[in-house]
Ligand binder design. Structure first.
Ligand SMILES: *[C@@H]1O[C@H](CO)[C@@H](O)[C@H](O)[C@H]1NC(C)=O
Ligand SMILES: *[C@@H]1O[C@H](CO)[C@@H](O)[C@H](O)[C@H]1NC(C)=O
Ligand SMILES: *[C@@H]1O[C@H](CO)[C@@H](O)[C@H](O)[C@H]1NC(C)=O
Ligand SMILES: *[C@@H]1O[C@H](CO)[C@@H](O)[C@H](O)[C@H]1NC(C)=O
Length: 491
């Protein structure tokens, strides 16, 4: 009791869920990504990607040496996956295309027809079941050949990506109306080329992560313009991007901590959203990184500059904004910061940590803070002039994949309630919500030990048997009633 009381003092209590109906056209969905579920890593002409390479050459990069060679075997079981998606009754299924399955060497001079056919089959199966395909063009699995050419920090990648994106629009655009260029660019760039905690595992923080983002933003914008000029009139779809962030809660209400929260939001969300929705990088990033770079003896900022033409070209290139949000952290300014520390995190001059009072998921970064999603959505609305938003990921991990997943149910209900509050109280334009994930899958460095699925997958069985968890029934019910409580009032 006392524990509960303390929780309620520190954060709003969510004993009661929002009782307003979600709008009739609100999209409820679920998601996966190619490397995490497909398997068939070298079948039917697929090329090697950076995750294949990293986890084959360095198996202890992941817990238990787990990798995506087989994982959920969705390449062979996609019809079964679609049947599960259908059973959920969702409006959309978010999945990603494996670049190296379509283009084994990353370039459009060599197309792998079997890979193209796989995605055509998947999309056809979804359409046949009245499920909207929601397609991520890039979810972290870069063809290894492109990494060998320098990867995201090399500006040659921009045209390689745009050629690939154009091909995707040509091949699949008649049946796909929602495109996302990139999933979580911060994790592609900072974790991939800065912290080295995701493939290709390069540790060049404060340098290559900024080069990566610079190229990625140009690639995103160019792909959006290609769609806009060559495909939109006939295909009538939309192209967005998926950006992730925690909510960064000021650790006190001091002006320093409030400012630290704003700075951290700009360094995480603003890094990508500011160039796309406002133009150019956030001021605080430009200022901090330049000041620190010069003090460190660089002749110019480690953060690359956009030309005025590039700023204009990138601005306005999202028809909708995908937001991945799971968690929160407390923030405060770093006192006596080391001016010589070169790195993206050091550049923010903000320290973050998790409150011990917050309930945790299996993933070390995941704390249950439903109120954070309303705060983040409100901040996004105010910053970027009320964009159309879809929550493209949100979900809860446990260790055992239990079928009696009451913690996941609780998490989904509370976060959805907070999303509904943001729509209701703050007028945030949210048109959909997507549970991560359809099924337990390869959770990157945590391998198969962090389980996010609505469906359990038996990784010990060659059949990779899928079994519904309790959350499936709860989510079906939310979708059918468009309501989180027993009796909703109309919206
Ligand atoms: C990774 O595995 C290699 C060989 O299997 C071993 O020598 C090395 O100590 C391991 N590294 C870590 C960090 O566990
Ligand atoms: C900061 O102020 C807000 C609004 O007055 C309040 O809800 C919140 O609890 C305060 N936070 C802290 C850490 O004191
Ligand atoms: C394989 O899995 C499916 C569901 O995922 C199940 O219906 C079927 O019975 C399983 N087959 C075997 C042999 O386990
Ligand atoms: C699926 O949606 C339809 C239409 O809203 C509804 O009639 C049906 O009961 C739903 N099925 C489940 C399992 O919730």
């Amino acid at each position: 009791m006392e524990y509960l009381y303390i929780l309620c003092l520190l954060a709003p209590c969510y004993a009661t869920l929002n009782n307003k109906k979600f709008p009739d056209d609100f999209m409820f969905g679920t998601a996966t990504s190619s490397y995490q579920v497909e398997g068939a890593w070298n079948e039917d002409g697929k090329g090697e990607n950076i995750w294949d390479r990293l986890l084959h050459t360095n198996p202890n990069f992941t817990v238990n040496g787990d990798n995506g060679d087989i994982t959920c075997n969705s390449y062979h079981k996609y019809k079964e996956d679609v049947a599960l998606v259908k059973e959920l009754n969702v409006t959309h299924y978010r999945f990603s295309l494996a670049w190296a399955r379509i283009l084994p060497n990353g370039h459009v001079d060599q197309i792998n027809e079997a890979g193209v056919q796989y995605y055509k089959n998947l999309i056809t199966e979804l359409r046949a079941n009245n499920i909207e395909p929601f397609v991520t063009i890039y979810h972290w699995d870069l063809p290894q050949t492109l990494q060998d050419e320098g990867g995201w920090p090399n500006s040659n990648i921009v045209d390689a990506f745009v050629d690939y994106a154009r091909l995707c629009f040509q091949l699949f655009g008649d049946e796909v109306k929602y495109w996302m260029t990139f999933n979580e660019p911060k994790n592609t760039c900072w974790q991939g080329y800065g912290a080295g905690t995701k493939a290709p595992g390069i540790k060049a923080a404060g340098i290559e992560d900024y080069l990566c983002s610079h190229n990625l933003l140009k690639a995103h914008a160019k792909a959006w313009h290609v769609y806009d000029e060559e495909f939109r009139a006939t295909q009538k779809g939309q192209v967005g991007i998926v950006i992730d962030s925690n909510w960064w809660e000021p650790s006190t209400n001091s002006s320093d901590d409030l400012e630290a929260s704003e700075t951290k939001l700009q360094f995480t969300f603003g890094w990508y959203a500011h160039p796309i929705f406002i133009g150019d990088y956030p001021k605080v990033m430009k200022n901090n990184i330049r000041r620190r770079s010069l003090a460190q003896g660089y002749t110019k900022s480690r953060l690359p500059e956009f030309t005025p033409e590039e700023i204009e070209f990138i601005k306005g290139t999202a028809d909708f904004l995908g937001v991945n949000m799971y968690s929160s952290a407390l923030v405060t300014p770093v006192e006596n910061h080391d001016v010589n520390a070169i790195g993206y995190e050091a550049d923010s001059e903000v320290r973050d940590w998790l409150s011990e009072n917050w309930k945790r998921g299996a993933s070390p970064w995941l704390v249950v803070t439903p109120w954070g999603v309303q705060k983040l959505l409100r901040w996004i609305k105010e910053q970027y002039d009320n964009p159309r938003i879809i929550i493209t990921e949100n979900g809860y991990s446990d260790y055992d994949g239990t079928l009696d997943d009451v913690d996941r149910i609780d998490y989904i209900q509370q976060y959805l309630s907070s999303v509904r509050d943001a729509m209701d109280e703050d007028g945030v334009d949210v048109f959909g919500y997507t549970v991560w994930s359809l099924m337990d899958n390869l959770e990157w460095v945590y391998g198969f030990t962090n389980k996010f699925g609505l469906y359990n997958v038996d990784f010990n069985s060659p059949n990779r048997t899928r079994t519904a968890k309790k959350s499936v029934g709860v989510y079906q019910n939310i979708i059918r009633t468009r309501c989180l409580v027993d009796d909703c009032i109309d919206s």
